[in-house]
Ligand binder design. Structure first.
Ligand code: PXL
Length: 266
């Protein structure tokens, strides 16, 4: 029987990110992918305007029926949740619906380039910090790691910042820590906690930045992890998938990447 995974994140109707990338990618990897949408947005928040239907109040109703139907999951992947109150519900979800040995992977998703995404505040960061204690693996980018640890973000950071972030994140959680999107000296890569000090898993840095690639990274990473791959192989597979998506994306496509082309070539 295939593994049953629950992914908890928003549903942005237009804009390839969060559930609209996680669901097809995780399913293509053979996982039974169940979804817990935390909000429905007309489109993601990198467009000029968007609508936002918060589903926080619906989650207890969903949980009630899941309990009655005796649903359990082998893994959880969390991404953009949207509201701080959802963190408590996520904890309830883990407590009620985990199979033995269920894995919890959390991509904290609340900022990039030194800034919080629109609609997030420091209270959200503080609640996320508490939620990370429940994780087996966390996937913050450099900005999120800075906010989570109260470390100042500087655009031209060097490896000393990454060492500090790793040390401070270890105080927050016992999870395996993977800092993503580390850009130093014209290269991009990830830092995996526990690896040799100073080691970065470098990948090709492409000249374009595209939206939603962090969510794609987290999905491919998770699918590989649940197949029993080691963290290094999971990062390499995820980074390659993202790079392939960017390369196959038309320059004029501004709001996401054509990940479908990469999935279809599998
Ligand atoms: O890709 C992260 C993400 C997910 N969901 C929504 C977003 C963003 C980033 O801006 O706006 C709604």
């Amino acid at each position: 029987m295939s593994k049953k995974l629950l992914t908890m994140q928003d549903l942005s109707c237009v804009g390839q990110c969060s559930l609209t990338v996680a669901l097809p990618i995780l399913s293509a990897y053979g996982l039974e992918t169940c979804v817990l949408p935390t909000a429905v947005l007309s489109n993601h928040t990198m467009f000029e305007t968007w609508s936002y239907l918060d589903l926080t109040n619906e989650l207890p109703n969903i949980f009630d029926k899941w309990k009655k139907n005796n649903f359990k999951f082998d893994a959880f992947l969390l991404g953009y949740l949207g509201k701080a109150d959802l963190m408590e519900l996520a904890k309830q979800c883990f407590a009620q619906f985990s199979n033995d040995g269920a894995k919890i992977i959390i991509d904290p998703v609340f900022g990039d380039n030194g800034k919080l995404y629109g609609g997030f505040d420091l209270n959200y960061v503080a609640e996320m910090r508490k939620l990370l204690k429940y994780a087996d693996i966390i996937l913050p980018n450099v900005t999120e790691a800075c906010f989570l640890t109260g470390t100042e973000y500087v655009a031209d950071y060097d490896f000393n910042l990454i060492v500090t972030l790793e040390r401070e994140l270890k105080k927050i959680t016992d999870a395996k820590i993977i800092i993503t999107g580390v850009e130093i000296g014209g290269n991009i890569g990830e830092v995996i906690s526990g690896n040799k000090k100073g080691e970065i898993l470098w990948h090709e840095l492409l000249p374009v930045k595209k939206h939603g690639t962090g969510d794609i990274f987290a999905s491919v990473f998770t699918a590989n992890y649940l197949r029993g791959k080691n963290l290094r192989d999971c990062c390499n597979a995820a980074a390659k998938f993202v790079a392939d998506c960017i390369k196959k994306t038309d320059e004029a496509h501004f709001y996401g990447v054509d990940f479908e082309k990469v999935l279809n070539s599998k």
